[in-house]
Design a protein around this ligand. Structure first.
Ligand SMILES: CC(C)(COP(=O)(O)OP(=O)(O)OC[C@H]1O[C@@H](n2cnc3c(N)ncnc32)[C@H](O)[C@@H]1OP(=O)(O)O)[C@@H](O)C(=O)NCCC(=O)NCCS
Length: 181
């Protein structure tokens, strides 16, 4: 049984192992240097404007991670989503569950816009976020280099969550609010 829970001190060592086992290319989606265990351990104390959750299985193994980082200053109504699922756990709906959880919590925290950066040819990531109401907002050509040094396009997807109730309904917020956490 997998559960999505806020990151606490108790998950840090499992999260360090989760990042260590990820293919290098997938780690780059997190941006922070997750190869440094002290960086990951430091997250448990919490940081202003950052919310992090992990998906844990019955054996306390971390199978997925999602964070929402509130942008600073005049963009502090905007949150950036960072999401990754263990390769062995993909295709079973966990990525979608984590992303949906992050969107609902971000709404409740008062954010009105969410953005996520996705490599333009990443079909599963695009399907996942567009299914939650995100749409393409910018295409940054040749913006990143993969492990082989090849240039690849980056897409910025956005969800204007505060605009309409329809946006909230798309992520099932009414049901989420009805479910005691
Ligand atoms: C993107 C990622 C989080 C998806 O995790 P996941 O647990 O496999 O996601 P899900 O099982 O919930 O599937 C999400 C969608 O992708 C589709 N999908 C899953 N695996 C797929 C595959 N191999 N090929 C094509 N589509 C696929 C599913 O149909 C699903 O769409 P739906 O909800 O409309 O049916 C995961 O692939 C990952 O960690 N990638 C590397 C990091 C990354 O790209 N992060 C996103 C930017 S921060």
């Amino acid at each position: 049984m997998t559960a999505v829970v806020p990151l606490t001190e108790a998950h840090c060592e499992a999260l360090v192992r989760f990042f260590a086992d990820l293919p290098e290319g997938d780690r780059t989606f997190i941006r922070e240097d997750v190869t440094d265990p002290d960086v990951v351990r430091g997250w448990a104390a919490g940081s202003p404007g950052v919310d992090r959750w992990v998906a844990v299985d019955g054996g306390d193994r971390v199978l997925g991670y999602v964070a929402v980082l509130r942008l600073p200053g005049w963009s502090d109504h905007v949150g950036e989503v960072r999401l990754v699922v263990a390769p062995a756990g993909r295709g079973a709906g966990l990525g979608r569950e984590l992303a949906r959880h992050a969107v609902v919590q971000a709404l409740e925290a008062g954010l009105t816009k969410l953005v996520v950066e996705v490599v333009a040819d990443q079909g599963p990531a695009l399907a996942l976020f567009t299914g939650l109401g995100f749409t393409g907002e910018a295409l940054l050509a040749d913006h990143i280099r993969d492990r082989d040094g090849q240039l690849r396009d980056l897409m910025v997807l956005a969800h204007h969550v505060g605009e309409t109730w329809a946006g909230m309904a798309a992520v099932g917020l009414p049901e989420a609010l009805d479910t005691p956490s």
